[in-house]
Design a protein around this ligand. Structure first.
Ligand code: GSH
Length: 208
């Protein structure tokens, strides 16, 4: 059984979506980052940077932090969405999400959505970068069905919950034809719908 310790954020949703996709038994333990629960000594033992998500694999007592590392672990353990022969290319898109797409959109959330009016420089900078990310993903998806090729992989699972915040981004997802096609296709998967609602409160995937 896998225990997912997380806040209800895009990084946490990556893992609940993956767990639904691979049909592993799991439970979610909520970490309230607004109440600083990520800084508790017990959580820090599992996650040295005090970040969610974390998993504990109770089958072998293995714990892991960093959502990309967790997706790789679950992909290897299940043999799904992380095809052995395609790992070089899947890793590129996964690392691109981890090092660029997620952190930049995350800054855009901070300046544009949570704290508008506090820093014109920050708002403009991350709006522009986020717009670039939409364009770059759209370009990639104009010649590839999914991010790393013809198959849906952990790279798509990592990226989807970030694009699902598109209403916060104000960039206009529906102006990006290929990204929209990819988004709708993933949003229609049963496991994605279930995993998106990780706290089981009826949370729906935002429509385009
Ligand atoms: N690179 C990390 C980023 C994790 C991350 O930024 N987690 C956020 C929630 S999405 C967090 O724990 N924030 C609390 C804090 O920074 O204090 C991953 O992908 O797992």
């Amino acid at each position: 059984m896998i225990e997912l310790l997380t806040a209800n954020t895009p990084n946490g949703k990556k893992i609940s979506i993956m767990l639904e996709e691979i049909e592993f038994k799991y439970k979610v333990t909520k970490i309230n980052i607004n109440k600083n629960e990520q800084f508790s000594p017990d959580f820090k033992k599992l996650s040295p940077f005090c970040k969610t998500p974390v998993i504990i694999d109770h089958d072998n007592n293995q714990s892991l932090f960093e959502s990309g590392a967790i997706l790789i672990y679950l992909g290897e353990k299940s043999g799904k969405f992380y095809n052995k022969n395609r790992r070089t290319i899947i890793n590129q898109w996964l690392m691109g999400q981890m090092g660029y797409v997620g952190p930049m959109l995350g800054q855009h959330h901070q300046f544009h959505y949570y704290n508008p009016g506090k820093s014109e420089f920050g708002e403009k900078r991350y709006f522009k970068i986020s717009e670039r990310i939409y364009k770059e993903l759209d370009e990639r998806l104009s010649n590839s069905e999914y991010l790393s090729g013809k198959d849906y992989t952990i790279a798509d699972i990592a990226t989807f919950p970030w694009i699902a915040r598109h209403e916060w981004h104000d960039i206009g997802l529906n102006n990006f034809e290929n990204l929209t096609r990819w988004y709708k296709k993933i949003a229609s998967r049963k496991a994605v719908k279930k995993g998106y609602d990780l706290l089981k409160k009826g949370e729906l995937i935002p429509k385009v």
